[in-house]
Design a binder for this molecule. Structure first.
Ligand code: SF4
Length: 298
């Protein structure tokens, strides 16, 4: 039987005992769960990555205006801005993650990795790391498997859903997946990969889910960009060998504890936080009226 992915400690122990790279036991898990062969899994991963790359491209080229109007071609505006606040690479990361998420908010095709609400983070992170470091697709696909293993463990011990654990569970998990994938792709040790996950969770802990008008647009789109940036800062810290102090499995437990104790209004109900601001409520009314006006003609 393949590794169960119940915690990071057993994943690490498995790799230490077998000498396998981190992605291998995830691949074995996929083969067992899907009843597929290795020859089937790689093309599936490639298709997923192609969809991610397409989403980044579409975010920059298509009309990204959502029906509510809250999303209005943000990625294109950032790309065209004459001001670069940090570096062209950082600007590109923000454009890519935000743009891919805009595709989701505009009902386009994305990979829900781990969820549709967080679907811009891995595309932004993986395409950026590939472009900067000239990595082959195969390395990125291995990074995707590592990211999937990270998600499996978080799902079992905390949650991946905003409705269960707040936005920390959704964009936080995606950022942790991205950070681990970055460190893996750049040749970091197993300890450094898991440290990147731990540091990311430490940075994202407590983030509530408060989508305005219940639409996965505001603040979801900008949070995809910030989560991608946190994935990079965490990876940078971890790959230098900085100790996260709190072990990764305990960080995941904290994520679960915080998610459980979070009030319901902060769990995708659109009852609290930004959704409950005066402007948020105005937009909610406007969207409801828009729907009432549109529905009879459809
Ligand atoms: S605010 Fe809620 S709906 Fe939006 S990305 Fe975060 S978890 Fe998902």
């Amino acid at each position: 039987m393949s590794l169960l992915f119940t915690d990071f400690a057993s994943w690490q122990a498995h790799c230490a005992t077998t000498g396998e790279p981190l992605f291998r036991p995830v691949l074995a898990y996929e083969i067992e769960q899907k009843g597929a062969s290795e020859a089937d899994i790689w093309p599936g991963l490639q298709r997923a990555y192609d969809v991610m790359r397409d989403a980044v491209h579409t975010g920059l080229t298509g009309d990204m205006t959502s029906r509510s109007g809250m999303i209005n071609n943000g990625a294109k505006k950032i790309a065209a801005s004459p001001v670069t606040v940090l570096s062209p690479e950082f600007k590109n990361l923000v454009v890519s993650a935000l743009g891919a998420k805009e595709v989701n908010s505009c009902m386009g095709r994305v990979v829900a990795a781990p969820t549709a609400g967080a679907s811009g983070i891995l595309p932004g992170v993986l395409t950026t790391i590939q472009n900067i470091h000239h990595l082959p697709d195969q390395k990125i696909l291995e990074g995707l498997l590592v990211a999937a293993g990270i998600a499996l463990i978080i799902e079992q011990n905390a949650s991946l859903a905003g409705a269960v654990g707040g936005c920390q569970a959704e964009t936080g998990s995606a950022a942790a997946m991205g950070a681990g994938a970055i460190v893996y792709c750049l040749g970091g040790t197993v300890e450094q990969v898991f440290a990147a996950v731990a540091i990311t969770i430490q940075c994202m802990l407590g983030l509530v889910c408060d989508p305005v008008a219940g639409l996965v647009e505001v603040p979801c789109v900008v949070r995809n960009a910030s989560a991608a940036a946190i994935a990079f800062s965490s990876a940078q810290i971890a790959i230098a060998g900085v100790d996260p102090v709190i072990p990764v499995d305990q960080c995941v437990a904290a994520l679960g504890e915080v998610g459980q104790s979070m009030e319901t209004r902060y769990k995708e109900t659109a009852l609290g936080g930004l959704a409950n601001t005066r402007r948020g409520r105005e937009i909610e009314k406007m969207v409801l009226v828009q729907d009432v006006n549109i529905l009879p003609d459809e």
